[in-house]
Ligand binder design. Sequence first.
Ligand code: BGP
Length: 484
Amino acid sequence: MTANNTDLITLPFLWGSATAAYQCEGAWDTDGKGLGEWDFFNHKSLKNINHVDGDIACDFYHRYKEDLDLLAKGGQNTFRFSISWARIMPNGTGKVNKKGINFYNNLINYCIKLGIEPNVTLFHYDLPFALARRGGWLNSDITDWFCAYAKICFKAFGDRVRIWTTINEPHFYSYCSNIIGNYPPNRTLDFQSYFQWQYNLMLASAKAIEAFHELNMPGIIGVVHDGGSVEVAPETKHPDEVFKGADFFGNRMILCPALEGKLPPETNEMLAKMNILLYKSPEDNEIFKHGIADFLGLNLYCREYVTDWHGEQSHASVNNKGNGPKVESKCIAPLFETLYDKSVPHNQWGRELLPRVMYTSIMEIAKRYNNPLIFVTENGYGCFETPDKTGFVADDERIKVVKDFIDEMLRAKKAGAKVAGYYMWSAMDLYSWINGYKKRYGFIHINFDGNLKRTPKKSLTWYRQFIKSHENLKTDGIPASVLR
Ligand code: BGP
C-alpha cells in the first residue's frame, strides 16, 4: 500500500531527533560487525583532516538506553536512526550477523517501550568495506545487494518499525564522494561518477521500495533528500535556464524517481550539456515506476543560491574546518554557479542560516510534486560549544535558530503541505563526518574527552515545552497501514 491509495489516519504530530549509525554507535568491530568504508577511510586516509574516527563515537551501541531515556523524558515521541549494513551483513552480502540483528531488536523494543516511534534509515553513508572494494555504488550489482539487505531488515524488524527510509541524502552523499572528494572514496569533480552513483542509489531505493510493498509490510517507506530549494539571484541574466540546471543538478535526479517513479524528463538534455553518458538499462524504467516512495524525508539546512555560469572550469568546495568566513561554493560548468549572499548570516562552516527556506522548500515540493507526505527528517544548528563545569550548555542560539525553522515548517503545514513530523539533528552530540567531534548539534552534550558523560542541554528542556505547547497538533494524514 502506498500513501496515494490508502485511507489516511490522523496521528499526533511526530516530534523527535535524529542520528546515524556510524556517527553515534561506536563498537566499530564489536560482536561480528564487518569493516565499513568509513572505518577504513578514517583509519587510513590522510584526507581524514581532523584525525578522528567513529570507533567509539558516543558508544551508543552500549549506552542507547541512557540516551533514549533522556529523549523520552524530553517529551519526544519519535527517534530517527540508521542501521549499519556491515553490522547486519559483515561482508555486505551473504552471511547475516545475528548479534547485529539482536542489537537493533533491542534498540527498537526499547523505543517502543518508551512510547517512541522508531524511524529507521537503511543506509546513511556507511557502505560495508567489502562492497566498496567491489566498486561500491558504481557497481550496478549493488542495487540487488542493497535490496537483499533491505529485505533482511524488513523481515527482522518490520513487525515493529512503521516508518522506513531507504537512503539518506543520495544527492549530498554522491556530491561529497565524487565532486568535493571529502567523503570516501574521495573522487573530485568526477561528474560521470556523480550521476551514475545517484542513479544507482535511486534504482536500489526503488527496488527496496517495491520489495517493501510486495511484502505488504505494515508501514510506510520513503527517501530522505537534502532538500533546500534553488533560488536564483536577481542579477542573473538567464534565470530560467540557471534554475533548471541547478535544480537538475541538486534535486531532480532524486525527487523525480522518488515521487514520480521516473527520471526527470530533462535528463538527456542536461547530461548532454555536461557530456555525461549514464549507464542504464531499459528495464530500469519499470523498476522506477514500481518504486515510488510513500513519503519524502527532507533534511533542511539551507538553500542553493545561484546565478549564471561565467565560463570557468567546474570547481567546488566546502569548509570542513569551521574557521568562519570561507563559504561553501560551486561552479558547475556549464549550468550555474553559486553566489555568496552577504545579506544572509552564515555559520562558522560557511553555510547560510535562513529559516524561511524551510517554508519555501516545503511549499515548492508540495506544489511541484503533488503534495507528498513529508517528514522533516533533519534540521538543526551546528556550532562549537563550551559547557560549564557541570557539563551544562545553555545553547540559546540553537534554540532561537531551531524555533525559527520550526515556525516556518508550521507555516507550511498551515498553508496545506502534508508535514507529519520534525526531527532535529541531532539527538545528542555526535561525530560530524569530516568535521569531527567539535562541531556539535545535539540536545544532549557528550563529553568526548572523558567518560562520554551525557548532560542535557537547555534546548532539550525548551523542546519538551515546545512539544507540550503543540500537543493538539495532528498530522493531516498518515496511511492507515501504518497503524496495522
Ligand atoms: C546531513 C547528514 C547528517 C549530518 C548533518 C550535519 O547531511 O545526513 O549525517 O551529519 O548533515 O552535517 P555535518 O555533520 O557535516 O555538519
